[in-house]
Design a protein around this ligand. Structure first.
Ligand code: NI
Ligand code: MN
Length: 227
């Protein structure tokens, strides 16, 4: 049993769950932090939190090449269908589904969602993944919202939270989110990609370790860690 995560910068992850490759929000081509190009990544599944260009990223090209199943809400999967991506799986908020690699539940995010061409992307989401006896919360792009306390009742092992500010929670609200979610481990995302979201991540990680019950993990883009 193993669950390995590789961070590609911003909100983009590659997961290896016992040999199944899953990408989340695969934004690589225009991502200055991306350590690899999109055409090197393998995927059986791609999960999208919302339609913004820095999350949709290279989804269409990767899905065309790999034939990966793309998981997203109905607006997202409809738009992908119009781009010729037919291998999709629709999940709505609260709509848990058990895939061969684990259970995926889409939860609320407090954020907008539109495609780069202006098409409405429906509700922006976070994702809770249960696999290999671990529960991981990918918050996506979100402001702080009080129902994070309910997410905390699910016993989250790892929470991936935005800290960049400007478009999402910033460092202070992310600390409040940790108090509400009380994960064992927290991984910061959506920072330092662009000047608007530069943050001192080392200082934030020290605050996490000193002021909350969670442990912060900080890695360089392209690095992997296990839970
Ligand atoms: Ni966004
Ligand atoms: Mn974003």
């Amino acid at each position: 049993m193993s669950l390995k995560l590789t961070w590609y910068g911003h909100s983009a992850f590659g997961l290896d769950i016992d040999g199944t490759n899953i990408l989340i929000d695969p934004f690589l081509t225009n991502n200055p932090l991306a350590p690899v190009s999109a055409d090197t990544l393998e995927a059986s599944y791609i999960m999208l939190t919302h339609a913004h260009g820095d999350h949709l990223g290279d989804t269409v090209a990767i899905a065309q090449r790999t034939k990966a199943t793309v998981i997203g809400n109905v607006e997202v999967t409809n738009w992908l269908g119009k781009q010729g991506i037919q291998n999709v799986h629709v999940l709505s908020l609260g709509d848990g589904f058990t895939f061969p690699f684990g259970q995926v539940t889409y939860v609320k995010a407090e954020h907008g969602s539109a495609f780069p061409d202006g098409t409405d992307g429906g509700q922006a989401c976070g994702i809770i993944l249960e696999a290999q006896d671990k529960r991981i919360y990918f918050a996506g792009d979100t402001a702080l919202f009080p129902e994070m306390k309910l997410i905390g009742e699910r016993k989250i092992d790892l929470a991936c939270l935005p800290i960049g500010g400007h478009f999402t929670m910033g460092p202070d609200d992310a600390l409040t989110a940790i108090d509400w979610i009380h994960p064992q481990v927290v991984f910061p995302i959506h920072y330092n990609t662009f000047p608007d979201i530069y943050q001192d991540v080392a200082a934030w990680a020290r605050r996490v370790n000193n002021e909350t019950s969670a442990q912060a993990i900080v890695v360089d883009p392209g690095s992997s860690f296990s839970v």
